[in-house]
Design a protein around this ligand. Sequence first.
Ligand code: NAP
Ligand code: MG
Length: 314
Amino acid sequence: MIGYGSQGHAHALNLHDSGIKVMVGLYEGSASRQVARDAGLAVGSVAEVAKEAEIMMVAIPDHVQKDVYRDEIEPNLGPGKALMFAHGFTIHYQFVVPPPTVDVLMIAPKAPGHRMREHFVEQGIGVPCLLAVHQDATGNAKNIGLAYASGIGCARAGVLETTFKDETESDLFGEQSVLCGGVTALINLAFETLVERGYPPEIAYFECLHELKMIVDLIQQGGFNYMRYSVSDTAEYGDLTRGTRVVDDHVRENMNRVLDDIQSGAFAKEWMAECDEGRHNFLRLRQEARTSRIHEVGRGLREMMPWMNPREIE
Ligand code: NAP
Ligand code: MG
């Protein structure tokens, strides 16, 4: 296991619990070295793990994979080894081009690492995952992927076969247009609209942000139909007649342009350049978002709701 963060710790511990011999590779000075040791795992440098292991999962941040691969993994990547990823970004956009003598495959669990570990510990199953084979040098790459999916528990939930291209592009599109980008922009715009028209920010926060989770839970459990069945007829009529007035064909057009940048590699190139140049723009945007009005109002309200286990990132 290369890395012991959100994905790495969950994969490593699930595999370990499944009786697989696991060694964790981390840089000198990483605080996670001791955490992994305390969990009973062997720890070494990335180069040591790359030398020892037959099967490697690259669970370090996407933007550092290129350099770590070049410096520590590639020199130790003997023929017949399997190089695995949890997201297709680095391979699909060719920031890493492994030699033709190794298997290159992906197991991408469809959940944050901590949820995946919780599921495994509490319910004995993993979360659904995607399997993709980019390069099959040994003729055994898919079997390795399925075995790995069994080891981390995901095969007990479900394995969907896909390609690096489809996983990477759909994953980026999903997080940009809905899961992270779209949903936060929608919440923020609705919040700002109410506040600018004189409604109390606390009310705007509850209506546009706090209640969203309950709606999303219903949608996840039973689709739009179950959500609409559960809300009032007034809410359902407003939904059916006003939803596409808010999110109209302009938004479809914008989504297509966002997908164009993903498909052409423009987004990947921009993001890697941002990382190479010290992330100044990214850090400024992050700071602006962290000090916005909805953040200030939300923090005050969450303080008054200790039962929902509020977490504040400054
Ligand atoms: P993460 O939580 O940021 O963890 C990164 C880990 O890599 C940490 O243990 C970190 O060390 C270590 N690391 C950082 N730089 C390193 C270096 N130069 N050499 C060795 N180790 C280094 O990352 P993540 O979110 O798990 O993402 C890992 C991969 O999983 C990515 O490809 C991502 O796209 C994919 N993925 C993530 C999720 C998710 O739930 N987050 C879901 C699906 C797929 P420290 O512990 O010292 O910080
Ligand atoms: Mg994603």
